[in-house]
Design a binder for this molecule. Structure first.
Ligand SMILES: [Fe+2]
Ligand SMILES: [Fe+2]
Length: 490
């Protein structure tokens, strides 16, 4: 009977682990929720109030206003939901940014729709959103911003509307993938040129209809000046993106790659003051990058996160084994497991301080505490036990939190496997290496460290294979090539 219960429990555990759990989104405070709701109401009012200014007003007009009002309100709600789905850790500041941009666009349309091309109003904000929040959020934003026009007297040419949708969609799709400021610049030149040519071909020929419609938002002779305006606004948007990054905590691909530059002062300090930790960091970058690529995670994020995960060791580099030259170990000198555990925890606390001082974005800072999770400092815990001290296991565990994303979980596993793989015999077989990796991964799993990470069993399997592939590369590099007797090299 007991066997059946155990088997059922095991099956239930396996089933539970094989299901990718839905990530709990970041909690947004009630005040923030209220402000967001009020801004959404404001957007709906701005987008629909002109329908109430018709005189005489009848029931059908009021009904049409109510319909438009709720249509915009529901659309903004869907926009927020989509942004939360695409960015599970989105903050209230970032939601403010999305809806404030929508509010600004609707207000601009109200004031300037008959004088400025809609391309210059909608495309630049779409670029900011796609860069900071991803392509799907940007596409949703573009569809709401393009479809809702607050002033019913403004009519838009169908061809111009088509050009607007195509250009804004291209910017949204490419903006989410662009990895450098140079590519952004190219986009800000080619999109206006594309818009100019397509307007010239599709809209420029409709001379009669343009003259016939004085309210039309776009006059033929303005094609070139509107192209210039779009190019200038896009260039200014690119200039302002770094400011948006720091105010709203956006993490664009370009910012990630800038932070991954090894010439950054903090990384330079790590390479000088803690060379062992720097080497360990580089090896972990390799392991984590391969594993993240194989499961389809965010490679740029983990590469940068891995680079900063142990910067806290700068506070006392020689207390960590990788920086000791084998002569003396300060932990042996103090011979106090409690103090040693405090020094180990301090590499997380100090790391967070360095991150704050260097204004690292939150997704990067998360790697600092989460790579250690609530792991047990086994060596010092054993030492304390040997001394028969009254010990509480929690004093020998990191404060956490445990990894909250796939990327931080992969870094934790890479951190655990790095030293073991480095120490392995050069003649060790693949099976032995995989066994070592599996043992470390399994111990983290059993300890509950991966419970909030969303990693499925299949992904953990792939991560282990990826680590093995990196180990094979390391082993290959360590094999010395036989040199010929006359010492000639080719
Ligand atoms: Fe660490
Ligand atoms: Fe580490």
């Amino acid at each position: 009977m007991q066997n059946i219960t155990t088997t059922l429990k095991k099956l239930f555990y396996l089933w539970k682990r094989s299901q990718v759990p839905v990530k709990q989104p970041i909690k947004i405070s009630r005040i923030d929720n209220l402000i967001i709701f009020l801004v959404c109401i404001l957007i709906s009012i701005i987008s629909s109030f002109k329908l109430l200014l018709i005189s005489p007003l009848n029931i059908a007009d009021i009904f049409s206003w109510l319909l438009t009002f709720f249509e915009i309100l529901v659309s903004t709600g869907i926009l927020i939901l989509v942004s939360k789905k695409e960015n599970p850790t989105i903050s209230s500041r970032q939601i403010f940014l999305i809806i404030t941009l929508l509010l600004a666009v609707q207000a601009t349309k109200l004031a300037l729709a008959s004088t400025i091309s809609p391309l210059s109003i909608i495309i630049p904000p779409a670029l900011i959103i796609s860069q900071g929040m991803g392509s799907i959020t940007a596409l949703t934003w573009v569809s709401i911003a393009s479809l809702s026009w607050p002033d019913p007297s403004v009519t838009i040419n169908n061809n111009l509307f088509l050009i607007l949708l195509v250009c804004a969609s291209v910017v949204s799709l490419l903006g989410g993938r662009i990895r450098s400021r140079a590519q952004l610049l190219q986009l800000s030149i080619f999109v206006p040129i594309g818009a100019l040519l397509s307007q010239w071909i599709l809209v420029g020929k409709e001379k009669t209809s343009l003259i016939d419609n004085p309210e039309f938002v776009f006059v033929n002779g303005k094609i070139f000046s509107d192209f210039l305006l779009l190019a200038i606004v896009m260039l200014f948007t690119i200039l302002f993106i770094p400011i948006f990054e720091s105010i709203f905590g956006l993490l664009t691909k370009a910012r990630l790659l800038e932070l991954a530059d090894k010439e950054k002062p903090l990384i330079r300090r790590l390479s000088f003051e803690a060379p062992g930790t720097f080497e360990h960091t580089l090896l972990i970058c390799g392991l984590a990058e391969e594993a993240t690529r194989i499961i389809g995670g965010d490679v740029d994020l983990i590469k940068t996160g891995a680079l900063y995960h142990d910067v806290g060791k700068l506070h006392a580099p020689n207390w960590f084994i990788e920086n000791q030259d084998g002569l003396k170990n300060p932990h042996d000198e103090i011979d106090d497991p409690f103090k040693s555990a405090e020094v180990l925890q301090a590499h997380v606390d100090e790391g967070l301080k360095y991150a704050r001082k260097n204004r690292l974005p939150k997704p990067i800072t998360n790697f600092i505490p989460e790579h250690q999770g609530t792991l047990k400092m086994g060596y010092f815990f054993q030492k304390a036990k040997e001394k028969n001290l009254m010990i509480n296991e929690n004093n020998f565990r990191y404060k956490g939190p445990i990894p909250q994303s796939k990327e931080t979980a992969i870094l934790m596993l890479a951190d655990g496997c790095e030293a073991a793989l480095r120490a392995m015999n050069i003649n060790a077989s693949d099976v032995e290496a995989l066994e070592t990796i599996s043992k470390i991964v399994h111990s983290r799993q059993k300890d509950g460290q991966l419970d909030n990470s969303d990693l499925s069993i299949g992904e953990i399997f792939l991560i282990k294979r990826a680590f093995l592939n990196v180990w094979k590369r390391i082993r290959h590099r360590r094999i010395q090539y036989p040199t010929s007797k006359n010492n000639t090299f080719s």
